[in-house]
Design a protein around this ligand. Structure first.
Ligand SMILES: [Ca+2]
Ligand SMILES: [Ca+2]
Length: 155
């Protein structure tokens, strides 16, 4: 079902669709974003997001990437996981959980450069908030994304 229409018809009196993000999550366009407080390895970060019915963030446009970058610059944390991995096929970077190939990318100059030793994508302050490939065992904080369709149709 068309989410916007669904919202307009059912919830317009309550402005439900504008405030659907869970407490502590940040809205941008059609998603809610959560900035984890604890550092985990990549897979445990993904599990942390799945606990909320979300996934590590998928950055599919420059607008979304710029929003996230701006927000991360306000935080004191230096490193965050995004839902990007080339663990399945070296050099083919795909988003969790769709496995869709990343079309928009924001790699820092010279990245990715770690080959099979770097199969997970992160945004780090020391690279001016561009993307880097790093070992998936590193301990970074997760950025989770909950897309509206998923958050509204639950239950
Ligand atoms: Ca790799
Ligand atoms: Ca790298």
């Amino acid at each position: 079902m068309n989410t916007k229409l669904f919202c307009a018809v059912i919830f317009s009196f309550f402005a439900f669709c504008e405030s659907v993000c869970p407490n502590g999550w940040v809205r941008y366009e059609h998603s809610c974003y959560h900035f984890g407080h604890t550092a985990y390895n990549f897979l445990d970060s993904q599990r942390h997001c799945e606990h909320y019915g979300a996934s590590l963030v998928n950055l599919e446009s420059k607008d979304e990437s710029d929003f996230l970058k701006g927000f991360l610059m306000l935080l004191s944390d230096q490193q965050h996981w995004i839902g990007l991995s080339d663990a399945t096929n070296e050099g083919i970077w795909t988003w969790y959980p769709s496995e869709k190939r990343a079309e928009y990318t924001d790699w820092d100059h010279g990245q990715p450069n770690d080959g099979t030793g770097g199969n997970c994508g992160a945004i780090v302050a020391s690279h001016n908030y561009h993307w880097v490939d790093v070992p998936c065992s590193r301990q970074f904080k997760p950025v989770c994304e909950l897309v509206d369709d998923e958050s509204i149709i639950v239950g």
